[in-house]
Design a protein around this ligand. Structure first.
Ligand SMILES: [Zn+2]
Length: 293
């Protein structure tokens, strides 16, 4: 019996199958036999002969091939290896500035599910003394990485959470999406694009290993706002719906941000957690946020 995965290298350039095959074997180091077969550009299939080798591949966090994200999808009956969508990447997110009282499994789970799909609260036993929470999450690589969001308490006091990512593969400092770099970012090809120069809204500071003392390299957020937004946005309505529910809301009117598709999703939501309300960061468009970065 074989256990089949479809793999995909998330990169704007095509990587030879020979390179993929040799690197995949080096990364996974399966104990039992497996076959790797080409499918199409940057896409391939692995046929494992043992389920543990297959499980090991699926739990990689993340796999990085030549600085590119390497994703796997377990092929289900009826799915096409050529056409099945492969976009979820396991990664460890560090959540900084989480108040001590919120360092619980419930809050970690909801933070993880806001970032993507929660998998595991890695330092739950040391959460009280840790400087950050480590949360394993499956994130959608077609969406921009989230830099943070606010925790709102019931009294409306808010705390900004910063996120950094462990072993973060190549991503775009302009739109925050994994798989390409800013010189070839699709945003640049938009007629309405306003070039921010070197003042990118995303940066190397999102990598967990980066020196946190250099966070001052983060850009003045108003520059992006003024450069890319033609209308002044308003804060989303905050609505409490109970202590154990969370819901998402869209801002009225919509915004023209640097990345309509992704940044909009990052900005437009709100999450209610226990006694608090979590909202995504209106980082491009809300001047009030600058004081918190
Ligand atoms: Zn981009």
């Amino acid at each position: 019996m074989t256990h089949n995965l479809v793999g995909r290298v998330v990169s704007e350039r095509e990587i030879s199958f020979h390179t993929i095959k040799s690197n995949v074997m080096r990364l996974l180091q399966p104990v039992k036999k497996c076959e790797i077969l080409p499918i199409s550009s940057n896409r391939f299939m692995i046929k494992f002969h043992h389920p543990l080798d297959c499980k090991h591949a699926m739990e990689g966090c993340p796999w990085v091939l030549d600085r590119n994200a390497l994703l796997f999808h377990k092929l289900l009956e009826g799915e096409s290896p050529e056409g099945v969508e492969i976009k979820m990447m396991n990664i460890v997110v560090r959540a900084h500035n989480v108040p001590i009282s919120y360092r619980t499994m419930e809050v970690a789970t909801r933070i993880g599910n806001r970032l993507g799909s929660f998998t595991q609260f890695l330092n739950s036993h040391q959460a009280d003394v840790a400087s950050f929470l480590r949360i394993k999450v499956a994130v959608d690589v077609t969406k921009c990485l989230q830099r943070g969001f606010f925790i709102h308490k019931a009294d409306d006091a808010k705390t900004w959470l910063d996120f950094t990512y462990e072993k973060l593969p190549t991503f775009c400092f302009l739109c925050g999406i994994v798989g390409h770099t800013e010189p070839k970012c699709p945003l640049r090809y938009d007629d309405q694009f306003a070039d921010p120069g070197d003042d990118f809204p995303y940066g190397v500071w999102m990598k967990a290993s980066f020196d946190r003392d250099l966070t001052t390299s983060r850009i003045p957020l108003s520059d992006i706002s003024l450069a890319t937004s033609s209308t002044k946005s308003q804060s989303p309505p905050i609505t409490k719906r109970g202590s154990d529910k969370f819901e998402f809301f869209s801002r009225p009117g919509g915004e023209n941000t640097a990345c309509n598709e992704c940044v909009g999703k990052e900005n437009n939501a709100m999450l209610i957690v226990g006694e608090s309300v979590l909202i995504t960061n209106p980082i491009h468009i809300d001047p009030d946020c600058q004081t918190l970065v």
